[in-house]
Ligand binder design. Structure first.
Ligand code: ATP
Ligand code: MG
Length: 437
């Protein structure tokens, strides 16, 4: 992609409405544009990052055997009346009427709709367990939308649903999701802590929030540093290893302020291991058994032919929130550096361009073609602008690697720089190797 042809409306002004770094940066780098309070258009740069995050989420859902589908954003109120949530959900639900006067709503979540899909086709235990998910826009009329994409009215979420015959089986599905979430956040280069969360009136201990550390987060967290030493990928993908993995994580102290007790924290966590900071919730998983299958009469035949209520869980990841959350976690010294796995481009070529000298630009174009042939996603900054402005711009965009074509690049050797570190002179072959790693 040639920068001069890309649509990337960078602004120099600091947006006054933006209180936190990620929001400021996303506006300045032209990643998003507010359309109305809590509702955004995703411009090409922001959209590219979000799609990469979505793809990692998808791959890790598929890995555990979940099946992707797509449910609509607009739902009928009927099923919500069956579950009792049409009245309970309150003002966060956006209610609308179609031309026949039928009550509809813009889905804030999909438990009812998926239960309806499931009950209409699955009748026997033989079809279980089942994991279904979709990645779709949600709408919640948040009372105070804020912090850019972190707390929106309209946001993009991956929500998965599990169906099992018994509590015991359902726990296995839960563990798979737990594992998938940790792997997903690892691939996004994030340190996410699974925290035991309240399950409300349903009871039980099966709910976890996945929180990443960031000063601007809305939840205060208290944790034992040891939680970061557990590597989820060291566990085998079988039921007993996954159960052990969840137990290993849950044994280590990690709570939000709702559950925090000073005495406990000091007793259970060594002073030097104590982490007290703020965090951003990026995922939430929940086992709720019969909560929806009972009022919605979602029954299956068990092994003895007896009708029994299916046991369900739901599992959400805030895909659009993650774009902002990753910036919050990674922003450093006025420089934004995307993790390689989700960077909008793999590398940017920055030639020193001037009106009366085309040499650098021509060199840059040759490098561009070579890298493209290797399937490397390259941005070429062909804009006629001084180098110091260019560098500022690329600190903002955050592509992790730069090839700088100016005085230091000679023949087949180029100045290569990883953001936030010193540059080195490397041959194009070596650069390709680095980028392909
Ligand atoms: P929160 O406690 O932050 O309000 P929630 O508990 O209401 O979130 P869930 O229903 O568990 O959220 O939704 C799953 C995920 O969707 C959350 O972990 C979060 O990452 C994301 N999410 C929820 N609400 C919003 C929002 N208003 N804007 C952006 N992302 C959101
Ligand atoms: Mg939550």
């Amino acid at each position: 992609m040639y920068l001069s042809k890309f649509f990337i409306p960078i602004t120099k002004d600091l947006p006054t409405e933006a209180k936190i770094k990620s929001h400021q940066l996303m506006l300045r780098a032209g990643m998003i544009k507010q359309s109305s309070a809590g509702i955004y258009s995703w411009l090409p740069l922001g959209f590219k990052v979000m799609k990469k995050i979505e793809q990692i989420v998808r791959e890790e859902q598929n890995f555990i055997g979940a099946h992707e589908m797509l449910m609509p954003t607009i739902q009928s109120s009927e099923i919500w009346k069956e579950s009792g949530r049409f009245d309970d959900y309150g003002e966060e639900m956006l209610r609308i009427k179609d031309r026949q006067g039928r009550e509809m709503l813009y889905g804030p979540t999909n438990e009812e709709l998926i239960t309806d899909v499931f009950r209409s086709s699955v009748k026997s235990y033989k079809s279980l367990p089942q994991l279904l998910y979709h990645i779709q826009w949600k709408f919640r009329d948040e009372i105070r939308p804020r912090f850019g994409v972190m707390r929106c009215k309209e946001f993009y979420m991956k929500d998965a649903y599990s169906f099992d015959l018994s509590d015991e089986e359902a726990k296995k599905s839960y563990n798979k999701m737990f594992y998938s979430y940790l792997k997903t956040f690892n691939r996004l280069d994030l340190k996410a802590i699974p925290m035991v969360a309240d399950t409300g009136p349903i009871g039980g201990d099966l709910s976890h929030e996945f929180v990443i550390l960031a000063e601007s987060g809305e939840s205060k967290i208290y944790a034992d540093k040891k939680i970061f030493e557990i590597d989820p990928t060291q566990y085998n993908f079988d039921d007993s290893s996954l159960q052990k993995m969840r137990e290993d994580f849950t044994k280590i102290y990690a709570v939000t302020d709702e559950k925090y007790k000073k005495d406990n924290f000091n007793k259970l966590v060594k002073k030097e291991n104590q982490i007290i900071t703020k965090g951003i919730e990026v995922g939430h998983i929940f086992y709720f058994g019969n909560k929806y299958s009972k009022p919605m009469n979602c029954l299956i035949d068990d092994k003895d032919g007896k009708k029994t209520l299916v046991k369900m869980g739901s599992y959400g990841i805030g895909v659009s929130r993650l774009v902002g959350a990753i910036i919050e976690a990674k922003y450093n010294n006025e420089i934004m550096k995307w993790p390689k796995s989700i960077s909008p481009f793999d590398v940017v070529i920055i030639p020193k361009v001037s009106k009366n000298n085309n040499e650098n630009l021509e060199k840059a174009e040759k490098v561009y073609i070579q890298l493209k042939k290797q399937n490397i996603d390259v941005l070429l900054d062909d804009v006629d602008e001084n180098m110091s402005n260019k560098f500022k711009k690329h600190d903002l965009i955050g592509v992790p690697y730069q090839i700088i074509i100016g005085a230091k690049s000679e023949g087949d050797n180029f100045e290569f720089k990883e953001l936030n570190s010193k540059s080195e002179i490397l041959s194009l072959e070596k650069i390709k190797l680095k980028l392909n790693r």
